[in-house]
Design a protein around this ligand. Structure first.
Ligand SMILES: Cc1cc2nc3c(=O)[nH]c(=O)nc-3n(C[C@H](O)[C@H](O)[C@H](O)COP(=O)(O)OP(=O)(O)OC[C@H]3O[C@@H](n4cnc5c(N)ncnc54)[C@H](O)[C@@H]3O)c2cc1C
Length: 304
């Protein structure tokens, strides 16, 4: 019987594994191998590193967890049920029994539908979280792509970094009051996007009137899919966007705070113990809401 089964071996799950292994707990991490962190070309906001690529960071975290005795295994947990003194989980032909389960399954960003997008992400031309890497977009040609009002919020924030910020809508050409605010802040409302084409050194976006905008960086703000199905099926309380509600372990009560896996530094595993919480009816996981995806920032356009 394990002390803890960790589902997900991204930065959150591996950090938890390091701590639990150092507490001398019997820990297994089961990881399906598509960490969001693996897509990071080079991160500059991770304390202690001047710059580190996502895959290298994951390697370091894995090495550190192994060093203290955590067991790491590749697989996808597809079934998770309760049994009298803990949980039982299934991954392929393997079965795990554990007193506690720690969910660190992350989320998946919704991406523009276009060919060659992977290259754009690898080259850093398509980015998802300005909290993580907005600084690297300083003085560049920045585009924000998404439903008008969501994109407007992010576009205003991007004025922190550049005078050249353009909004590409995926739903409507303008929202009167919001468009006025954007123009006043110096954001160009470029129209409804019809194509996104990554290139070797940037990305271009074509809009309905046929014009093509060449950009250095594009931030899609299309929402995300929160991978909380396993926990929601067990009755864990979820927010309306599918993130798990967590509570301080000491109180055992359900706190309203929702921790969102926005950046590595805030990637928060959620430990589950056996509880008698009522089954949630709000276990939605598909969302266009960006609260879990780097959407929680205030706007402060640069003054120049
Ligand atoms: C292009 C890009 C650039 C980024 N740059 C930065 C940056 O510079 N700085 C920064 O702080 N953050 C950055 N981020 C965000 C960062 O990558 C995430 O915040 C971080 O990876 C979240 O860690 P996590 O462990 O919660 O989830 P993830 O890293 O997504 O890991 C979750 C893991 O759980 C696994 N999993 C899911 N379901 C199951 C299951 N049922 N069974 C087994 N395994 C499962 C997945 O396969 C995955 O490996 C960036 C993200 C992207 C996409």
């Amino acid at each position: 019987m394990l002390d803890c089964l960790i589902i997900g071996g991204g930065p959150a799950g591996l950090t938890a594994a390091i701590y639990l292994a150092r507490y001398r707990r019997r820990v297994v991490v089961v990881d399906a191998g598509d960490s969001r962190a693996a897509l990071i070309p080079e991160s500059h906001n991770y304390p202690g590193f001047q710059g580190i690529a996502g895959p290298a960071l994951l390697d370091r975290l894995r090495g550190q967890a192994l060093r203290y005795g955590a067991e790491l295994t590749h697989g996808t947990v597809t079934a998770l049920t309760r049994e009298h003194d803990g949980f039982i989980a299934g991954s392929g032909s393997a079965t795990y029994r554990a007193h506690t389960v720690l969910m660190a399954t992350g989320l998946i960003d919704k991406k523009p539908v276009t060919e060659g997008l992977g290259d754009g992400i690898v080259h850093g031309a398509i980015r998802f979280c300005p909290i993580c890497d907005g600084y690297e977009a300083t003085d560049k040609r920045i585009g924000v792509l998404g439903p008008f009002e969501t994109a407007a919020h992010k576009a205003l924030f991007m004025r922190t970094y550049s005078r050249d910020v353009r909004l590409f809508s995926t739903d409507r050409a303008e929202v009167p009051g919001v468009s006025k605010d954007l123009t006043a802040a110096g954001v160009t409302v470029a129209g409804i996007a019809t194509r996104v084409d990554p290139s070797a050194d940037g990305v271009s976006v074509t809009v309905e009137d046929g014009r093509t905008h060449v950009l250095d960086v594009l931030y899609p703000t299309l929402g995300c899919t929160v991978r909380s199905d396993l926990a929601a099926a067990l009755g864990a309380a979820c927010s309306d966007i599918g993130t798990l509600k967590v509570a301080p372990a000491s109180t055992g009560c359900s706190a309203p705070a929702t921790l969102s896996p926005t950046c590595i530094s805030s990637a928060s595993p959620r430990a589950m113990r056996r509880s008698r919480r009522p089954r949630s009816t709000t276990g939605s996981r598909e969302t266009t809401d960006n609260r879990g995806c780097g959407g929680a920032f205030s706007t402060s356009p640069r003054s120049d």
